[in-house]
Ligand binder design. Structure first.
Ligand SMILES: NC(=O)c1ccc[n+]([C@@H]2O[C@H](COP(=O)([O-])OP(=O)(O)OC[C@H]3O[C@@H](n4cnc5c(N)ncnc54)[C@H](OP(=O)(O)O)[C@@H]3O)[C@@H](O)[C@H]2O)c1
Length: 270
């Protein structure tokens, strides 16, 4: 695999771990990050252990569709071979993005949706695309109206789960529409990262009692790394396993409706 691998959220726990693993394998990586100073520090840290690493940093705020468009526009056709949609967030309250979407949906779904669609013309037809989902997808259902939760429908984990479920739906529909692409899903399990600090009073207690039981970011990112190296698409990587897509997620009619509803909200060509 020559050409760069885009890793979004490369400043995060699993994003940085992924970049370091890929760099150690000699893969050139494009770190797509919203905070350039933080990205520079992560890059310097990785270079201290992997001096030959080929790491480029570019700015990308997934909560901003104009930032996504600018990032995609600047990608030179043929320069990138894979996209790892790793960035994610669990917003602590209801916050609209600059485009008017609820922030958790903006970062976990609309941003990666538009980024992926815009990059399709720049990526090889058999590019690898890995989308980071979550076991929480299995706890929720999804309808078109849920893409834009109202403030009174917001819940920290419920909204996050539906945003990840929408990303999962997008992945399956993408694979149907572009069968040469290798689109895979990665589920890291529960990982001790900043993300699982939900802003509750008992977070410090959870740090002591719960986090030690969670996976490390290095362990959590392994399914995604295997997905990024996969020869085939349409698989669900979780733990040490590479599974068929779980049956509870197979609903082509739903996926087509979610795709169409998203296209109504976001123009790919604008
Ligand atoms: N931790 C878990 O237990 C768990 C479980 C299942 C799935 N996941 C998924 O795994 C992925 C990585 O999570 P993690 O645990 O490594 O979380 P993390 O350490 O909090 O990292 C999240 C990354 O996303 C980036 N990000 C947040 N908002 C962004 C935005 N608007 N634009 C661009 N980047 C943005 C963050 O950038 P900043 O550094 O600028 O904040 C950071 O690099 C996420 O998709 C998450 O949903 C995590």
């Amino acid at each position: 695999m020559n050409g760069r691998i885009i890793v979004t959220g490369a400043t995060g726990s699993m994003g940085a771990a992924a970049v370091e693993y890929l760099a150690a394998e000699g893969r050139p990586v494009l770190m797509a990050c919203r905070n350039l100073a933080k990205a520079g520090a992560v890059r310097a840290d990785i270079l201290s252990r992997v001096p030959e690493a080929d790491l480029e940093i570019r700015q990308l705020d997934l909560a901003s569709l104009s930032s996504v468009r600018a990032f995609a526009q600047a990608i030179e056709p043929g320069s990138v071979v894979a996209l790892f949609n790793n960035a994610g967030v669990i917003s602590k309250g209801y916050h609209p993005s600059e485009d008017g979407f609820e922030n958790t949906f903006a970062v976990n779904y609309f941003g990666p949706w538009l980024l992926t669609r815009l990059l399709l013309t720049k990526l090889p037809t058999d590019a690898r695309i890995v989308n980071m989902v979550s076991l929480t997808c299995g706890f929720v259902s999804l309808r078109e109206s849920m893409l834009e939760p109202r403030e009174r429908d917001f819940s920290q984990l419920g909204t996050y789960a539906r945003a990840k479920r929408a990303l999962l739906s997008f992945s399956l529909e993408l694979a149907r529409r572009y069968p040469d692409l290798r689109v895979n899903l990665a589920d890291p399990g529960i990982v001790a990262s900043d993300m699982i600090d939900l802003g509750h009073w008992y977070d410090p207690l959870a740090d002591v009692l719960f986090k030690p039981l969670c996976k490390t970011p290095k362990a959590g990112v392994q399914p995604a790394l295997r997905a990024l190296a996969a020869a085939e698409g349409n698989r669900y990587y979780v733990g040490k396993k590479c599974r068929e897509i779980p049956r509870r997620y197979i609903d082509p009619a739903l996926d087509a409706r979610i795709w169409a509803a998203t296209e109504q909200l976001i123009s790919v060509s604008a």
